[in-house]
Design a protein around this ligand. Structure first.
Ligand SMILES: [Zn+2]
Length: 179
């Protein structure tokens, strides 16, 4: 117990002495909120196998087919989406929001798509893998709330520039892709 206290005090000292604190967050952050991680025991990819990482190429080759498979929630997607739908921020998310409010934490860089940092009140967040509640135009990069875009006709098209809309992860934002 004394050791844990020492570790916490050491972390607090480091935070206080630092000029610009940035936190890098991965799936472990949201496990306490009930969202399964990808790797390790109980991980989604451990159970369902690692997905094909060429999702963006598949999307470009067949946007309609890609969307149909997303809407069917194939593989691990169903468990992830259900987990996120029920999840609430945990003490860790709230602690980071409080550190930001206090002016100590300047930015969160998260790999998580679950929106829980926003739900906890954090403001400065870079979602490097996107946000599950958003969609994104692959050409102009405009982000939309899921509810703003109908998926009755596939693939949905961007109301701003007319190109394809995909789920949010930022690999969609290639420069000059359609030039
Ligand atoms: Zn667009």
């Amino acid at each position: 117990m004394a050791e844990l206290r020492e570790e916490i005090e050491k972390a607090a000292r480091l935070l206080m002495e630092s000029k610009y604190v940035v936190v890098l967050v991965g799936a472990g952050m949201s496990v306490e909120s009930g969202i399964p991680p990808f790797r390790g025991p109980g991980g989604l990819w451990t159970k369902y196998g690692e997905p094909d990482m060429r999702g963006y190429d598949r999307f470009l080759a067949d946007p309609k087919g890609w969307w149909e498979s997303i809407l069917k929630r194939e593989g691990y997607a169903s468990e992830l989406v259900d987990g996120i739908a029920q999840a609430k921020p945990n003490q860790g998310h709230y602690a980071l929001a409080e550190l930001e409010e206090m002016g100590i934490l300047k930015y969160i860089i998260t790999q998580n798509v679950d929106n829980l940092h926003y739900a906890a009140g954090s403001k400065n967040i870079a979602e490097i893998h996107g946000n599950i509640l958003k969609l994104r135009c692959v050409s102009c990069g405009h982000r939309f709330e899921r509810g703003e875009i109908s998926v009755e006709m596939l693939s949905p098209l961007c109301p701003d520039c007319g190109w394809f809309i995909k789920t949010d992860p930022p690999e969609t934002k290639y420069e000059n892709l359609f030039s």
